[in-house]
Design a protein around this ligand. Structure first.
Ligand code: PMP
Length: 387
């Protein structure tokens, strides 16, 4: 499409044409047999993508923040203690939601761009009897990847429920909900799940549902109450009619298509492809002489890259990159907002998109007057993509 820009931000991302086709198809009734089949299949597929064969999927109209709200509202009662492993802006958001529902919140923090060690997490878990621990798998504001498997398994040993914000990770970063003892894994449709914004998605494991059933007080939020949604999700999976609040029918149909594509690629291949795209972008950024927000390579997310502007270059760079055909995102973390930018690389993004992005970044850097060897970033990226 002439004049079309490549959208390489950390969500919303580029979407597959087959997904967009379903978005534009005639809307059916939410209780039509063909829609019941689609919704039922989408829920079954969620379980497979989340790698949670014992989990209960929920898909409701809303964004990632609503999925966070749903997880917390159903599990927290006033006075419950919660531990937030804080790696940035979205961990702070989770803490605000926990507090809104009356939780007493403690944080384990690391310096900006870093993540706490397993020893720090364990020391924190020792301090109090936490009902819930929250982890931002990838904090989109810093590009830091959590040590999810270790932290979640540890939390399990302490009989603390783990809620994972997987909005910037799920269906791209390795996340094995059941094996890693994650009790709730949530996301939104517009990132690696590959569907336009509008769906809040969540899978609750058996321990989370058990804790929910033991609640003493009603859920303080009407729309997200699992008492209302559980029968609906169960009915669709049993291919029966049900209604609580109208599902986003076209988005659900698009979700089913996208999840089908994700499963056709295979979860292992998908995790691997995201690692490879990430390595290519990070190698390119380094070859161009740009630092990154994450303190070390081994804690950097594979769904986005967060490069710092080089000396003498500011956010005007993004306008030059856009003129070269690629849309990138500015900084988000309030403490360093003007010092870095973000490149998303997830979902249907392919190796050609990565090269186009690095090419546009080089053109933008040149237009911004930055001194570097043209082609250095492209060569570094190619080396990983050709492998
Ligand atoms: N958590 C993370 C890690 C995110 O990246 C985002 C969105 N960028 C959210 C939560 C909130 O999601 P939404 O904007 O869809 O409400």
């Amino acid at each position: 499409m002439k004049g079309r820009k490549l959208l390489m931000i950390p969500g919303p991302i580029e979407f597959d044409p087959a997904v967009m086709e379903v978005m534009g198809a005639a809307t059916t009734s939410h209780v039509a047999p063909e829609f019941i089949e689609i919704f039922g299949q989408a829920l079954e597929r969620m379980r497979q993508v989340w790698l949670a064969s014992d989990g209960q999927p929920f898909a409701v109209a809303g964004s990632g923040t609503l999925a966070m709200d749903m997880a917390v509202a159903n599990l927290i009662e006033p006075g419950d203690r919660a531990l937030v492993i804080n790696t940035g802006f979205f961990s702070d958001r989770m803490a605000s939601i926990l507090e809104r529902y009356g939780a007493e919140v403690d944080h384990v923090r690391a310096p900006l761009g870093d993540r706490p060690s397993i020893e720090e997490v364990e020391a924190a878990l020792r301090r109090a009897n936490y009902k819930v621990m929250t982890i931002t798998h990838v904090d989109t504001s810093t590009g830091v990847l959590a040590d999810l498997e270790s932290w979640a398994k540890l939390s399990c040993q302490w009989e603390t429920l783990t809620i994972v914000d997987g909005v910037c990770s799920l269906a791209a970063e390795e996340l094995r909900q059941q094996d890693w003892c994650v009790d709730v894994a949530l996301t939104a449709s517009q990132k690696a799940v590959g569907v336009p914004p509008g769906l809040a998605l969540l899978v609750a494991g058996p321990r989370a549902l058990e804790a929910f059933r033991r609640r003493r007080r009603p859920v303080a939020n009407y729309y997200v109450d699992w008492n209302s949604w559980l029968p609906v999700m169960e009915a669709y999976e049993a291919r029966q009619r049900a209604y609580f609040a109208t599902p986003a029918t076209n988005l659900v149909a698009a979700l089913n298509v996208s999840l089908g594509q994700i499963l056709a690629e295979g979860m292992e291949a998908r995790f691997e492809r995201h690692c490879r795209m990430s390595r290519a972008v990070k190698a390119a950024v380094s070859a161009l002489g740009l630092d990154q927000v994450p303190a070390r390579d081994d804690i950097a997310a594979h769904t986005l890259t967060a490069p710092c502007y080089p000396e003498g270059v500011d956010s005007g760079l993004l306008g030059h990159v856009k003129a070269a055909g690629v849309i990138l995102a500015g900084g988000l973390h309030p403490d360093i907002k003007t010092e870095y930018f973000r490149i998303g690389h997830m979902g249907v993004t392919n190796f050609g998109d990565i090269l186009a992005t690095i090419g546009a970044l080089e053109q933008g850097l040149m237009a911004a007057g930055y001194d570097f060897e043209p082609g250095a970033g492209l060569a570094a990226a190619q080396a990983f993509l050709l492998d």
